[in-house]
Design a protein around this ligand. Sequence first.
Ligand SMILES: C[S@@+](CC[C@H](N)C(=O)[O-])C[C@H]1O[C@@H](n2cnc3c(N)ncnc32)[C@H](O)[C@@H]1O
Length: 310
Amino acid sequence: MALSNSIFLKDGTAQGVAKQRLIETLAEPDKRVIIDTHAERFVIGASFVKLMGHKLNVWLAQKIAPGFHEHIISRTRFIDELIKTSSTDGAEQYVILGAGYDLRAHRLNLPSSLRIFEVDQPEVQNRKRSKLPKELLNSTNVTYVTVDFTHQSLTKQLVDAGFNRRKSTIFTLEGVSQYITKEAISSTIQEIASLTQAASSTFFISYVDESLEKNPEACFGKGYPKAAKRAKLITNLSAKAGEPWISFYSAEEIESLLSQNGYSVKENVTLENLNSHYFAPVGRALPENEIFKLEHFVVAQSHFGSKPIE
Ligand SMILES: C[S@@+](CC[C@H](N)C(=O)[O-])C[C@H]1O[C@@H](n2cnc3c(N)ncnc32)[C@H](O)[C@@H]1O
């Protein structure tokens, strides 16, 4: 379906992720891995999702793509922990690239001194701002910055919005790299590197493994049912929401892209690594044949600046 025919205004995938956070929020408090009480504001049909409840929604998600829900939730939790640690350890600015309906700026109890920049396309950001409660919108430490990574300069927009090149910063690009060209990712990382020459910075990027196209079985856990068919279904669903997955990477490619720009990879994990940390303690560990590991979560640290964040 072409974007113009879609019911979503560039926000189909942002809604999709918010829906998974809503589903997780519906779990019993001692069973959930993250909580996002505002997610429902951004999900079409939220009342129906709430009526179905956590268990039924997760069961349904398992039927479509085992592990998909847990993969999104593990990504959210992984970044939540990264941001909490980085802000405690001295990060002064946090730039959320492709923020969508991410409520991390308000969900986590972050220090009020942390300056947060939310970056996204104007259509998505306007919708987000129209749905947020007034008291959250007025938070003085959050600044909204509109950028289209494919044809606008992140540097100009961020600096105009008050980004300070001398402050230690953490950037996250969560669930975005698959939707934009490799050229746009490369120029965004170059801009981030040049913006942070005078201070330390940490960069998080998630990316879809290139084996999704080349060898789908390798993208899932051993025994994952109908891997090739599921890989196709997942990419088709995204295209239907108006935002097809167009860019896939190998670990070497990401590592080289980051190192060319002065970053070294500190961590590269998937749901396979996080399952035992997040889901086992609440009695929801996935068996190997339900592990959905096609997306990688990477943390890289810059070589610049005199004050390391950690
Ligand atoms: C799957 S959503 C992820 C949203 C958010 N990071 C999260 O995890 O909840 C992808 C986000 O990337 C944004 N995006 C896609 N293409 C973009 C572009 N060319 N420039 C800026 N943002 C873009 C979308 O608007 C959307 O908010």
